[in-house]
Design a protein around this ligand. Structure first.
Ligand SMILES: Cc1ncc(COP(=O)(O)O)c(C=O)c1O
Length: 455
């Protein structure tokens, strides 16, 4: 053996941080990558927006406008401040005022309360990072947006859950959970309640109007030694195809103390500019900016200029309307196809969202939708979904329900939605005739509890 080979055999391993060790790989990436090797596959798994509707022409023109002016072009190619482009933060505030039909004064917000981030994910991450020490408690719905519960797990949070119903997160269950935590003497460990308030990922469900101020009332009631925050994730807010436009939870917090709202340009405009904006309480902003200073000391300036130009010039509003027209048709087709194709069986039902990109199916508990169960048969049949098991936190015994699945119609061509549901229905029919469940352990679930590129 050469001395070089001898040396490399002795190289000791790296010593990873406890955070790196807590951060788990997402097997769903591999599942999707493997399955996508088949171009015929109908992919209801990837949480992608529709590639064909992305605003290529408007973005080309806006980039030209920005870069054809030397002064502006230089600004767009220079570093921006950590908090973000002032004009974009002002535009974001005007936008939130319009969505909530309230003035900035009524909302208790100024442009200084807005931070621009690399998508809303960075804001969610940093807010978790500045509030959570390992062992601290975060309350979330079960199921929840699995990328973020993965982030929380990586930060060492103990994620405690409450159920969802057709009105979104069960906020009375949040009240009961906080009361229990207080009885157990652990209220000082509760940091925030994470709530996707519009067209949730993965269920498509929306928090009802009456639950919004009520959730705020609940966190205020338990904010004793410190404030318990609501982290409102409004990623899908503007993809509303039907039903009333609901005010944000944030809009019920006129002193801007108990709620942070995370918004994004990804879903209503283009994920490629990876730009989001959040309105947060003042003391939280200080901590966020200190962390963001360490992350990147400011998001992409050029992307911020494009986002601002799109809001100012109307391209953003136009894109939202285009997307709503396309997505609402696909959602209708998906729901109609489910009605038409799915077998009638006790315990088989699905959500009926009025916006967003997802439909959530519950199958009889005898059917296991995970990769040990129906998943392989679905891939074989040419259709892909996200097994629901990835979206749940384990119960006290370490088990997660195995009989759910998430469907995303975002990037599936309109004409493929119905054939995809037909295939899936056939797989469900076969499963109903066949096998029973195979329990999923928390260890296996944990491996699935983290991000996928196409969340
Ligand atoms: C519920 C939810 N929140 C936040 C995000 C983050 O998206 P982005 O960082 O692109 O804004 C996503 C992405 O899929 C999401 O589904």
């Amino acid at each position: 053996m050469s001395s070089q080979a001898n040396q490399s055999a002795c190289i000791p391993p790296l010593s990873f941080s406890s955070k790196a060790t807590r951060t788990r790989e997402q097997p769903i990436n591999a599942l999707i990558a493997q399955a996508m090797a088949d171009p015929e596959l109908i992919n209801f798994a990837a949480g992608l927006v529709d590639s064909h509707t992305l605003p290529v022409d408007p973005c080309r023109e806006m980039a030209q406008t920005i870069l054809s002016d030397n002064v502006r072009g230089r600004a767009a190619l220079q570093y921006e401040t950590t908090i973000g482009l002032p004009e974009l933060r002002r535009a974001a505030l005007r936008h939130v005022e319009a969505l909530d039909s309230k003035s900035a004064t009524e909302l208790g917000l100024t442009p200084a309360d807005f931070v621009i981030t690399n998508g809303s994910q960075q804001s969610l991450y940093i807010i978790g990072d500045v509030l959570v020490d390992p062992g601290d408690i975060v309350i979330a719905a079960n199921p929840s947006y699995f990328v973020y519960t993965g982030t929380l797990q990586s930060l060492g949070a103990k994620v405690m859950t409450v159920p969802m119903d057709e009105n979104g997160m069960d906020v009375e269950a949040v009240d009961r959970l906080l009361a229990r935590i207080e009885r157990e003497g652990k209220l000082d460990r509760v940091r925030f309640v994470y709530c996707t308030s519009y067209f949730d990922n993965p269920t498509g469900l929306t928090l009802s109007l009456d639950r919004r101020p009520r959730l705020l009332e609940i966190v205020k009631k338990y904010s004793k030694s410190h404030r318990i925050l609501i982290l409102e994730d409004a990623a899908y807010r503007e993809l509303r195809y039907d039903g009333p436009a609901l005010p944000s939870i944030k809009s019920f917090d006129p002193t801007n103390e108990f709620t942070a709202i995370a918004c994004t340009f990804s879903k209503p405009f283009a994920p490629g500019i990876k730009t989001g904006y959040s309105a947060v309480p003042k003391d939280l902003m200080r901590a966020i900016l200190d962390q963001k200073g360490n992350h990147d000391f400011g998001s992409s300036s050029l992307c911020q200029h494009i986002a601002m130009e799109a809001m100012r010039g109307g391209q953003y509003a136009e894109q939202v309307e285009n997307l709503k027209a396309g997505y609402s048709k696909k959602l209708r087709t998906m729901l109609d196809s489910l009605d038409r194709c799915m077998p009638k069986a006790d315990g088989l039902h699905w959500t009926h969202p009025t916006g967003g990109l997802y439909v959530w199916l519950t199958l009889p508990s005898s059917i296991d939708t995970s990769r040990q169960g129906m998943f392989a048969a679905a891939v074989e049949a040419g259709v892909l979904y996200v097994p629901g098991v990835y979206c749940f936190q384990p119960d006290d015994a370490g088990h997660v329900p195995t009989n759910h699945l998430r469907l995303c119609f975002g990037n599936v061509p309109a004409e493929k939605v119905e054939p995809g549901i037909e295939k899936l229905a056939q797989v469900v029919r076969n499963s109903l005739r066949g096998t029973g469940p195979s329990p999923v352990t928390s260890e296996e679930h944990g491996r699935g509890a983290r991000a996928t590129q196409s969340a």
